[in-house]
Design a protein around this ligand. Structure first.
Ligand SMILES: [Zn+2]
Length: 416
């Protein structure tokens, strides 16, 4: 798996409109350093380029290709051969965005759930793979203008301006690829110290004041336990079914199934919130490190849930560790370090059961406060860095391995 240096656009300006269930994009993309000879654009298979314009003489080759690192993805790969170095291009494209990894993503009638891996904007990070673009995507600046009539858009950026049904989302030092959702949402705004936007399709089960309170408690728990303040002053809380919930920038999506109780709501917020750092500000930047992006949030969720008194820490840990031990004994065990992205149920269980168990067990030896302290140092450092902050398992492992002989035994037992 190779990462060919930073070629993702430093600046993005896109206008998005919709007609007849299709999305229309009109965008200007600028690069930090001129790109020589060839630029590869990865795009969703359902999108067609209407216009590619640049002041550099070029020719274009288009094909449907598989990403060799992620195998199952079928993507549109556009090779642009350049006569001179290219610093920016302008592109018009449109179509129906098809789901890639997960069936819920993409255009579904008047609900559009457009995540990074749907490749809705040109992924130019490498000619070989989109994998690092998804994990490492980073822009200095972005502006997205939505002109979509009666539907309500929400993006992983902040609301910058609103006028007559046109709404602009924007931001600087964006630490993840940009994502957005469009749907017939009812939107409510709650202004406290931070601004909270709430998007619902049905009658909400919580008032905006209750949601604000929950989010505030979660923020405080992070401050107390990990000494970190969220970099966001605005949050977009989106309620959807069948998505499992996810996080991107200032957007937190919650799956209605998991938040029926106040306890469920808090735990899901804690998990999604932890992604501001893990897989957000902190890039897990080698193939054997990506499992940390779920292992550590799961550990943190149990830890904060225990401290807030909404789950029994010891019982929860015991249950998960027992499951991990039976997976370990099953004979077909694969260490999480060998799974850069889970693509089936089995590898998913390695990430979500074995992954956190390693941290529960290590914490049980060195003390949870010590483990929290180690994690908090990375979280703090990533906040003060204005470049993508890279952490590998090798670095973290080296720190843990030498703390206690019993830790090395745990890591060896799980083969990580
Ligand atoms: Zn997660």
């Amino acid at each position: 798996m190779e990462y060919l240096g930073r070629q993702s656009p430093s600046s993005i300006e896109i206008e998005i409109s919709s007609r007849a269930k299709k999305l229309y994009f009109n965008g200007l993309f600028k690069f930090p350093d001129p790109i020589e000879e060839r630029i590869c654009i990865w795009l969703n298979k359902g999108l067609s380029i209407e216009l590619f314009d640049s002041d550099v003489e070029h020719s274009i080759n288009e094909q449907i290709a598989h990403d060799p690192d992620l195998g199952v993805l079928e993507l549109k790969r556009i090779d642009v051969l350049l006569k001179n170095p290219l610093k920016k291009f302008y592109m018009k494209y449109h179509g129906v965005i098809e789901p890639t990894i997960y069936p819920a993503w993409g255009c579904h009638g008047d609900l559009y759930i457009i995540r990074a891996e749907t490749l809705w904007y040109p992924f130019t990070v490498s000619c070989r793979t989109v994998f690092w673009g998804l994990l490492y995507g980073y822009h200095d600046k972005a502006l997205i203008l939505f002109k979509i009539g009666k539907l309500t858009p929400v993006a992983s950026l902040d609301v910058v301006s609103e006028d007559n049904g046109e709404i602009v989302f924007g931001g600087e030092n964006i630490y993840q690829p940009i994502e957005f959702i469009i749907g017939p949402f009812k939107r409510e705004v709650y202004a406290g110290d931070k601004q909270l936007f709430i998007y619902t399709l049905n009658k909400p089960s919580y008032t905006s004041a209750e949601l604000y309170k929950h989010l505030d408690n979660v923020e405080r728990a992070y401050e107390e336990l990990y000494s970190v303040k969220s970099p966001h002053n605005q949050y977009h809380l989106v309620f959807l079914k069948e998505t499992g919930g996810f996080h991107a920038g200032s957007m937190i999506v919650l799956d209605e199934k998991y938040i029926k109780t106040s306890k469920g709501l808090t735990l899901n917020l804690v998990h999604e919130f932890s992604h501001i750092w893990w897989a957000g500000k902190i890039k897990l930047c080698s193939p054997d490190s990506t499992w940390l992006m779920e292992a550590i949030p799961e550990y943190i969720t149990t830890r904060i849930g225990g401290i807030l008194g909404i789950l029994e820490y010891t019982k929860q840990v015991k249950e998960v560790v027992n499951k991990a031990k039976s997976i370990l004994r099953s004979g077909r065990y694969r260490p999480p370090t060998t799974i850069p992205m889970p693509m089936n149920e089995y590898s998913e269980s390695i990430w979500r059961v074995v992954g956190p168990s390693i941290f529960y067990e290590v914490g049980g030896i060195i003390g949870y406060e010590s483990l929290d302290h180690i994690l908090s140092v990375f979280m703090e450092e990533s906040l003060s860095s204005n470049k993508p902050y890279c952490l590998t398992w090798k670095t973290l492992r080296r720190m843990l391995y030498n703390l206690d002989e019993r830790v090395s035994q745990i890591l060896n037992r799980y083969g990580v």
